[in-house]
Design a protein around this ligand. Structure first.
Ligand code: A3P
Length: 325
């Protein structure tokens, strides 16, 4: 069901309750995509009122697919002129969680802070979303001056990661509940296949504005992916930076081990950024974003039958698309 012409708040109260729901997961289906009910007003506000600026970079992902890592990498890459990734004890990533360096659009706009916070960010701005490509406003999708970096991950690891994350506040949640929802498309940010294919196809049509990354490939060769990211963002490493190993420095600063062991990520919670205060409060503690950081942990939690089932659904859905996990 589409947004009508009323203001987001009116839309929220009047229409959200009519959207199809997955009550167990607190989700609503908005324009064919399953999102947290509390994000719907934010998505509507983004669709109606987000004004992109030339140079904007949107980091897009389904949840639990490496968003935190991508935020850190993109931030460290873009900010390296002011904050060298090595030898800067005041580097923001050493002081605050990556989610406080790159705002999450749906929550920001749902909190009514979208324009205020976004307008105050210096260009080029970095922001993140879990929205499907189909739901992004045309002002982003059709803008040759906006770039999108997408990251996805084996859905088996995504689900296990989501399950472990959600169990912090929903101890009753079973992995089988998430599996059911993922297979019928109604998990958070589902259908997963539509989420991935939207960005996959966009990256094929417009590789200069959409970069498609995979978590597993990043784990295998993080430095090459940092180099790829820097080129895509129009900030390639200079010969002097190459000589000095700056891509390696970015990779090290943003590595799972480094970020996980920082005091702010071991003990912190909510927002360490004044402009995001009120948006990340009450969110998960910072340590919850750093669990194992590996590929293949699904095998420790899913039965072979569960894995086969999810793989089969994905294979069927991706058949003929040119994409496979
Ligand atoms: P696991 O739960 O499998 O360990 P998101 O950032 O989208 O919420 O995704 C979280 C997943 O990314 C978690 O996976 C988390 O451990 C992993 N992760 C977080 N930071 C990372 C990093 N710097 N490098 C690699 N993986 C990271």
């Amino acid at each position: 069901q589409d947004a009508d012409a009323s203001a987001p708040e009116e839309y929220a109260s009047a229409v959200i309750s009519d959207l199809p729901s997955n009550p167990k997961l607190f989700l609503r289906r908005y324009q064919g995509t399953w999102v947290l009910e509390s994000w719907v007003p934010g998505i509507v506000a983004i669709q109606r009122g987000f004004a992109p600026r030339g140079g904007d970079v949107i980091l897009a992902s389904p949840p639990k697919c490496g968003t935190t890592w991508l935020k850190a990498l993109a931030f460290a890459t873009m900010a390296r002129g002011v904050h060298p990734p090595a030898g800067d004890p005041g580097h923001p990533l050493l002081r605050v969680n990556p989610h406080d360096c790159v705002p999450f659009m749906e929550k920001l706009f749902a909190a009514g802070l979208g324009s205020k916070v976004m307008d105050a960010l210096p260009s080029p701005r970095l922001m993140a979303t879990h929205m499907h490509h189909s739901v992004l406003p045309a002002s982003i999708k059709k803008n040759p001056d906006c770039k999108i970096v997408y990251i996805c991950r084996d859905p088996k690891d995504m689900l296990v990661s989501m399950w472990q994350f959600s169990r912090r506040i929903r101890p009753d949640l079973e992995l089988s509940d998430l599996l059911e929802a993922a297979c019928d498309g109604s998990c958070l940010s589902g259908p997963i296949w539509d989420h991935v294919l939207g960005y996959w196809n966009a990256s094929k049509v417009s590789p200069e504005t959409v970069l498609f990354l995979r978590y597993e490939e990043m784990l295998q060769d993080p430095v090459s992916n940092v180099v790829k990211l820097s080129r895509f963002l129009g900030r390639p490493f200079s010969p002097a930076e190459e000589e000095a190993g700056v891509a390696m420095d970015v990779m090290r600063l943003c590595s799972f081990e480094k970020l996980k062991d920082l005091e702010v990520n071991k003990a912190g919670s909510g927002s360490g950024s004044p402009s995001l205060r009120g948006v990340r409060e009450g969110a998960f503690v910072n340590s919850s974003y750093f669990r194992r950081g590996e590929a293949g942990d699904w095998a420790n939690h899913m039965t072979p039958e569960m894995a086969r089932r999810l793989d089969a659904v994905m294979e069927e859905r991706f058949c003929g698309s040119g994409f496979s996990f």
